[in-house]
Design a protein around this ligand. Structure first.
Ligand code: PLP
Length: 394
C-alpha cells in the first residue's frame, strides 16, 4: 500500500517498496536509516557515486554565479563543457538539452533535416534496431523497437524500419532511397545488455558512407565511462556522425547532449531546434568536472579492471549454478545475468542483505554499480549473490 504522502504522485512507475533519503559514494540510506550498497547508480547515472565532493564544489560555485539566462546568450560553462566533449570525442559541435530522450529527438530531427536537404523531402526514413530503447517521448519512442513501450501510443512517427541486432543482411536490405540515417546503441542497455558486433557496426558505417546517411550512436546508457572507455564507440572500430549522451553526463543533475561533426550539425541552423534549459550554467559546470574525472585514463583503466573482475566472478557463479544461470554478458561495469527461469523476488533477497540491484524482469539482473565501487564491495556482492543462488538451488 502506498503511504499517504506519496498519493499525489502519478502512478507511472513500478517502484521498489522503500524511500531513499540520503546518498554518499556507493552507499544509500533509506528512511528507516538502513544502509545499502548501490549497484544501480540511478540506472547508469551516478557513475561517480552520490554527492561526490568535487561535484558539490562545482555545483556550489555554479549556484553562486549564474542559474539561468536562456540560450539567447553565450555562457562560459556551456562553452567549456562543449569543448571538453569535443576534445575527447569525434565531435565538433554540441547541442545541449535535458535528458536522453531529448538528445535522441535532436538527433532524429538532425537526421531528417539532413535527408531533406541533401536528397529531398522524401528521404525521411530511419533504420533502428529491434529490442532497442531510445526514450519515451513520441519521437524517441518511434525509434524504440520494443512493443511493450509502444502499445497504446500508435500511430507513432512514420518512416522507421526495424532490423534485428547483428543481422547484416537485414540491415543492408532496410537501407533505401528514402533513408536518411541509422540509429543504434553500441550495447543495447534497456534491451538486456546485448553488444553489437564490430562487423555489424562497420557495415552500418559503410552503408551510411555509400548512401549518404548519418550514423547515430545512442550512448545515453553506455557512454560516460560505463564500459571502461569514456565513450562506448571507442571499444569498436567504428566512428558515428552523431552521438547522444545524457544520464551520467551530469552524474544526477539533468542534462543531455547531442554531439556531431561540424559539417553535420550545420543542418540544424538557427531557429530549427531549441531547449530553454539546455546547457544550463550550473549543470554544465558540474558536467565539465564529470568529464574531467571520468575521462582520466587511470580511472578508465580501473573501470576496465573492475569490470573484468566482476564478469569473471559472475562467470564462476554460472559454472557453479548451471541449472540457474543461462548467460552472463556485458562490458566494463554494465553486466547482465540471464537466468534460466524467473527468480521471483530475487531483488528482495539482495535488499535484505543491504544491496540494491536492478531486476527489469524476473529472469534478468542488470548490474550498473557506480564506477567508483571498490574491489572489496564487488567481492562482497559476489559472496551475497552466491548465497542467494544457493537458496534457489536447494
Ligand atoms: N537512450 C538510451 C540508450 C537509454 O537507455 C535511455 C534511458 O534509459 C534513453 C535514451 C532515455 O533517456 P531519458 O530517460 O533520460 O529520457
Amino acid at each position: 500500500m502506498v503511504e499517504a504522502i506519496f498519493e499525489n504522485i502519478a502512478d507511472t512507475y513500478k517502484r521498489y517498496p522503500m524511500t531513499i533519503v540520503r546518498g554518499e559514494g556507493t552507499r544509500l540510506w533509506d528512511s528507516t536509516g538502513r544502509e545499502y550498497l548501490d549497484l544501480v547508480s540511478g540506472i547508469a547515472v551516478c557513475n561517480l557515486g552520490h554527492c561526490h565532493p568535487e561535484l558539490i564544489r562545482a555545483a556550489e560555485q555554479g549556484l553562486r554565479s549564474l542559474w539561468h539566462v536562456s540560450n539567447l546568450y553565450f555562457t562560459e560553462p556551456q562553452a567549456r563543457l562543449a569543448k571538453a566533449l569535443c576534445n575527447r570525442s569525434f565531435g565538433e559541435r554540441v547541442f545541449f538539452c535535458n535528458s536522453g530522450a531529448e538528445a535522441v529527438e535532436a538527433a532524429f530531427k538532425l537526421m531528417r533535416r539532413y535527408g531533406h536537404e541533401t536528397k529531398g523531402p522524401g528521404a525521411y526514413e530511419v533504420v533502428a534496431l529491434e529490442n532497442s530503447f531510445h526514450g519515451r517521448t513520441l519521437g524517441a519512442l518511434s525509434l524504440t523497437g520494443q512493443a511493450q513501450y509502444r502499445g497504446g501510443f500508435t500511430p507513432l512517427v512514420p518512416g522507421v524500419t526495424f532490423v534485428p541486432r547483428n543481422d547484416e543482411r537485414s540491415l543492408e536490405l532496410a537501407v533505401g532511397r528514402r533513408t536518411c540515417g541509422i540509429i543504434l546503441e553500441p550495447i543495447q542497455g534497456e534491451g538486456g545488455v546485448y553488444r553489437l558486433t564490430d562487423g555489424f557496426l562497420q557495415l552500418a558505417r559503410e552503408l551510411c558512407d555509400r548512401h549518404g546517411l548519418l550514423l547515430c550512436f545512442d550512448e545515453v546508457q553506455v557512454g560516460m565511462g560505463r564500459t571502461g572507455r569514456l565513450f562506448a564507440y571507442e571499444n569498436t572500430q567504428t566512428l558515428p556522425d552523431i552521438m547522444c549522451l545524457a544520464k551520467a553526463l551530469g552524474n544526477g543533475l539533468p542534462i543531455g547532449a547531442m554531439i556531431a561533426r561540424a559539417d553535420v550539425m550545420t543542418f540544424l541552423s538557427p531557429g530549427t531546434h531549441a531547449s530553454t534549459f539546455g546547457g544550463n550554467p550550473v549543470i554544465t559546470q558540474v558536467a565539465e568536472r564529470v568529464v574531467e574525472i571520468l575521462g582520466d585514463e587511470g580511472f578508465l583503466s580501473s573501470v576496465r579492471e573492475k569490470g573484468l573482475n566482476l564478469s569473471k566472478g559472475l562467470l564462476a557463479l554460472m559454472k557453479e549454478f548451471p541449472d540457474i544461470i543461462e548467460e552472463v554478458r556485458g562490458q566494463g561495469l554494465i553486466q547482465a545475468v540471464e537466468f534460466k527461469r524467473p527468480l521471483e523476488g530475487i531483488w528482495k533477497h539482495f535488499m535484505d542483505e543491504g544491496m540494491l540491484v536492478l531486476c527489469p524482469r524476473n529472469q534478468l539482473l542488470r548490474l550498473l554499480p557506480p564506477l567508483i565501487i571498490d574491489q572489496k564491495d564487488i567481492d562482497r556482492f559476489l559472496e551475497v549473490f552466491q548465497r542467494i543462488l544457493r537458496n534457489y538451488h536447494e
